[in-house]
Ligand binder design. Structure first.
Ligand code: KMH
Ligand code: ZN
Length: 274
């Protein structure tokens, strides 16, 4: 089986450092978290950034300073995957702008969902604009799939010729307002992907661990991190992102699946290390 790519979603856009003190929000904290996660087995850092007040930001300058710091601090360079999802309500133009920095990879959200009490908007028009920016800046997308119909959206965009294979997809399961984190949902999505696709799973909250174990066994890849889940076990908060990554590495080894280094992850995902 292919080596396992572990992504760490270290910060997110929804959490407040006042409520989650271990959340890395400054470039220095994010760089340290990235370094710890890479040491624990992560090869990809899914990156949201914050402004000086600690609020979610899609400013290019804020992405640049965080990326520079991560590259400076990490001897083994993780693949840095920018978020183009941003925070709920952020304008699509702002979400797209950081692609100009030409990150190795970035998220590409495949449809609108209820997101808790909010609505996370991704219209077809938004997606077409996003796809054009990915092409212009030659950034590799990771397609974020939150609901069954998002696989059909992927196929529709592919049919329009707006996106092309290979399709690396992330099933984000367990968001309140979208597909739950039951195994049957994961299996449905994996079975309905187009040819030349690969997938990873990010289980939200209590779904993180069981879905990760299924992905390890089924040949998928795994995302963990505080953006998705704050708990190590029921009632026990995680000490930080690296603790969640360490467990996945340990389980993968126990289950006979080797863990990919950042360069091996680049190879698997078809990203040239330039
Ligand atoms: N913050 C969520 C509304 C992504 O990074 O692309 C969207 C999100 C997805 O986190
Ligand atoms: Zn995200």
């Amino acid at each position: 089986m292919e080596k396992l790519i572990i992504s760490a979603a270290i910060t997110g856009a929804e959490l407040d450092k006042k409520k989650v003190p271990v959340l890395p929000t400054t470039p220095e904290e994010q760089a340290q978290a990235a370094k710890d996660c890479v040491a624990a087995g992560a090869s990809v850092i899914h990156l949201h950034v914050r402004n000086d007040a600690g609020q979610p930001s899609q400013e290019v300058a804020h992405f640049k300073r965080a990326t520079d710091k991560i590259r400076e601090v990490c001897q083994v360079k993780p693949l840095i995957q920018f978020s183009t999802g941003g925070a709920v309500g952020e304008a699509i133009e702002k979400r797209i702008a950081p692609l100009a920095l030409r990150p190795e990879m970035a998220s590409f959200n495949l449809g609108t969902i209820n997101f808790g009490e909010d609505i996370f908007v991704n219209t077809f028009s938004d997606m077409r604009g996003l796809a054009a920016a990915f092409r212009t800046h030659r950034v590799i997308p990771e397609y974020e799939i939150y609901d069954a119909g998002h696989v059909d959206n992927l196929k529709r965009l592919a049919k329009e010729g707006i996106i092309s294979p290979p399709y690396h997809c992330q099933f984000v399961l367990g968001v309140v307002g979208a597909l739950s984190g039951e195994l049957s949902g994961l299996l449905y999505l994996a079975e309905h992907l187009p040819a030349d696709s690969s997938w990873a799973v990010a289980g939200i909250g209590r779904f993180e661990l069981p879905l990760a174990v299924h992905a390890i066994l089924l040949g998928g890849h795994v995302r963990v991190g505080l953006e998705d889940n704050l708990y190590y076990a029921k009632g026990q908060l995680a000490t930080g992102n690296a603790q969640l990554v360490e467990r996945i590495t340990r389980l993968a080894k126990e289950l006979g699946r080797e863990v990919a280094s950042p360069d091996e992850a680049r190879q698997i995902l078809g990203i040239s290390n330039t």
